[in-house]
Design a binder for this molecule. Sequence first.
Ligand SMILES: [Zn+2]
Ligand SMILES: [Zn+2]
Length: 192
Amino acid sequence: MILSFDDALDGPLEWRDEISGLAAEIERSDLLEIGTVEASGELRAVDGGFLLDGSLEYDQSLACARCLEPALERIVETFEVFLVRRAPRIGDGAQRGDGSDRNPDHEEYDDELELEADDLSVVAVQGDEVDTRDFVVEQVVLNLPTRALCRKDCAGLCPTCGADRNRVACGCEPAGDPRWGALAALRAPSEH
Ligand SMILES: [Zn+2]
Ligand SMILES: [Zn+2]
C-alpha cells in the first residue's frame, strides 16, 4: 500500500497488503511456492523520521535439500524499520541506482541517523511516499532458509538407486560401517 509521509504526520496510518504469486518474483531454484502474503501494520511519525512496522503471515514451500519433496512452512513474522525522507539535493545528479543508502556525500547526515535509530534498520526513502509492498517482499526473501529440509531427520534419496529413503527401504547396502557409506562411495573410484 502506498502511504504518504505528510498524511502520517497528521496521525498514525494503518496499512494492509495482500500479495500473491511472489515466488515468480524471487529468483531461487529450490523455491516452489509462496502462498498469499497477508501483511498489515502502521506508519507513524517519530522524532527524526517515521517508524514502519508490520506483521506478515503466509505459507512457503521449498524443495527439501535432501529428498526434493516440498518442505512446507507457515511463516508468521513481524518487522520494524526506521524511515527517513531523503529529499533530492541540488548537485546529486543522476541517481546511482545501486540501492545504496550510504552515499558518501551524505555521510554526516547518515551518522546522525544511525545514532538516533540505534539497532533498527534505517532506510532512506526518496520522495513523499512509501510503498509498504517493498518491505513485505524484502521480509519474505529474508525469511527463506539457506537450505530447506522437509523434516530434521529426512533420510534423503539413496545415492545408489535414487529411491526416497523416507518412503521405501530400497535395500542398497553401503559397504562397511553405514555411517561411512557416503565417504566410501566417494573414495571407491580412485582406489581401484
Ligand atoms: Zn526431505
Ligand atoms: Zn537404493
